[in-house]
Design a protein around this ligand. Structure first.
Ligand SMILES: CC(C)(COP(=O)(O)OP(=O)(O)OC[C@H]1O[C@@H](n2cnc3c(N)ncnc32)[C@H](O)[C@@H]1OP(=O)(O)O)[C@@H](O)C(=O)NCCC(=O)NCCS
Length: 183
């Protein structure tokens, strides 16, 4: 997808995403640096988090390039009960909410845009590209429970606040896409 002058969004599969893992790690740390991520977390992202998640069902990563350089990304996969994040969320919410939303959902794990490239619409374009054409009826993510760019962006894109505060400073957001799921 070509956005504007020199801006492109690509959808990457497992191997293509892992091939640019170190670049993504640098963006991760630059984007989350003011929220507490340390420079060493770039390596942890590239060598632990991303390889683990890249093997998950329906893994999809979208990367934004500006003049050929990666400046942002988002990724997710199909979440299942028995995995750490869905089970942790299920314990923190009502049984009714868990039954309706958790398991077989598309799980948005990360969204990050380098600070130099923020406030140009790239975060919005990345989330739109990530969700485009997915067969999942439900999608889930956690984000900050206070007022920041990320929660504002999700709400603008139609995500609803399912739980405003899960107890650790995160809110649970859901997107009911209303698509019949054959799986
Ligand atoms: C959240 C994040 C990905 C948003 O990326 P982004 O590329 O800046 O996103 P957008 O440009 O689409 O939108 C951000 C803001 O810029 C504004 N904007 C977009 N295009 C603009 C333009 N051409 N001129 C002026 N403002 C613009 C949007 O209206 C929005 O404003 P708001 O924050 O006041 O609501 C980025 O801030 C980030 O990486 N944050 C740190 C990591 C993080 O929080 N990730 C999510 C964890 S759940």
């Amino acid at each position: 997808m070509r956005l504007g002058l020199g801006e492109v969004i690509d959808t990457l599969d497992r191997d293509a995403a892992l091939a640019i893992g170190p670049e993504l790690g640098e963006i991760f740390v630059a984007a989350f640096g003011s929220y507490g991520e340390e420079p060493a977390d770039a390596d942890r992202f590239a060598t632990e988090q991303l390889p683990t998640h890249a093997d998950r069902e329906d893994f999809r990563l979208v990367a934004a390039r500006l003049d050929g350089r990666v400046v942002g990304f988002a990724y997710g996969f199909t979440g299942r009960r028995g995995q750490w994040w869905p089970d942790r969320i299920a314990e923190a919410v009502s049984a009714e909410l868990a039954d309706e939303w958790i398991g077989g959902h598309f799980e948005v794990v990360e969204l990050a845009v380098h600070p130099d490239a923020q406030r140009n619409g790239l975060g919005t374009a990345l989330m739109t590209a990530l969700m485009s054409g997915l067969p999942h009826e439900k999608a889930l993510l956690t984000t900050y429970s206070d007022d920041r760019p990320a929660p504002r962006l999700y709400r603008r894109l139609g995500w609803q606040v399912l739980v405003p505060d899960l107890g650790w400073g995160s809110a649970l957001y859901g997107l009911d896409r209303g698509v019949p799921v054959a799986r």
